[in-house]
Design a protein around this ligand. Structure first.
Ligand code: PMP
Length: 283
């Protein structure tokens, strides 16, 4: 992968691409983002990622700036300029550069658009169990917007890391929301339970694909509140995201889940996921 980014109409070397100190993304995290995995130069679940990006842009009042915008061509141009292969495409849209720092929006300010390649870890294609901790979800009430205001997520994730865990599963009032950068699934009596889509979680693209693949394979999926007690007594627990795909959990705060083994439902859904990816490359 070479390192060419698209920034406001220009293609630049990553290290030469600069954004102003007056950019609202820098000053206020007044911006949204998207991360799209690319396998064999093909963006994975592109329509779904673009639909979520449009939802986020609409949620912060920026949809008008990109009406009839050629997202697909632009993303493909960044992939091609970086010689394709396996990579991740990071998209960030900020509300743009103001004349002075001000909380109040200037509706005339054009947004800043960055499309940047990032390395994609492909070793996630092999299932590997991870250890997690449970932490209180102290984020805001709009976790459905994929904003770059990730301070709470970062503090939670780093608290987990500093304690020797790979991820933090988050709870509000004894119910699981999601994890610091992934969605949560539990398997109880062979059926999948994952918290419903609402303002307390990010609607993960991987989450939706797992549900689709599981249902097609006649595995029952419940999108319903998942209590802390259910999580702690579940037969299997996993987290999912574009970069992790499916990560089964062997320990929660040191307590063993599923005998510390990778469970049969995780194994099955992981196989379905890998076959689905392969079928896109072959088609
Ligand atoms: N929740 C949060 C808070 C995340 O940051 C992510 C990763 N972007 C996810 C869930 C999973 O989303 P996706 O499957 O689209 O990567």
């Amino acid at each position: 992968m070479s390192d060419i980014v698209y920034l406001n109409g220009e293609y630049l070397a990553k290290h030469d691409a600069k954004v102003s100190v007056l950019d609202r993304g820098f000053l206020f995290a007044d911006s949204v983002y998207e991360v799209i995995p690319v396998y064999h130069s093909i963006p994975f679940r592109l329509t779904e990622h673009l639909t979520r990006l449009e939802y986020c842009l609409r949620s912060i009042g920026l949809a008008h700036a990109f009406a009839a915008f050629e997202w697909q061509a632009l993303i493909q141009s960044v992939i091609d300029k970086n010689k394709g292969g396996h990579l991740s495409v990071y998209i960030q849209v900020t509300r743009g550069r103001d004349k002075e720092r001000s909380h109040v929006l200037d509706k005339q300010t054009p947004p800043t658009l960055l499309i940047m390649p990032m390395p994609l870890s492909t070793d996630v294609a092999a299932l590997k169990a991870i250890r997690v901790t449970l932490l209180e979800d102290f984020r805001w009430q709009h976790c459905d917007i994929k904003t770059t205001a990730l301070l709470a997520n970062i503090l939670l994730r780093n608290q987990a890391e500093s304690l020797g865990f790979d991820e933090a599963i988050l709870q509000r009032d004894q119910y699981i929301t999601e994890a610091s950068s992934s969605n949560v699934f539990a398997v109880i009596n062979g059926e999948l339970i994952t918290p419903p889509k609402n303002q307390l979680i990010l609607a993960g693209i991987t989450r939706d694909l797992i549900i689709e693949l599981a249902e097609n394979a006649s595995i029952t999926v419940h999108q319903q509140p998942l209590s802390l007690a259910q999580l702690l007594s579940a037969d299997e627990v996993w987290v999912s995201s574009s970069s992790r795909e499916i990560s089964p959990i062997s320990h929660i705060d040191g307590k063993i889940v599923a005998n510390g083994q990778i469970g049969p439902v995780a194994t099955k859904v992981h196989q379905l996921f890998q076959s689905f990816k392969q079928s896109l490359v072959n088609s």
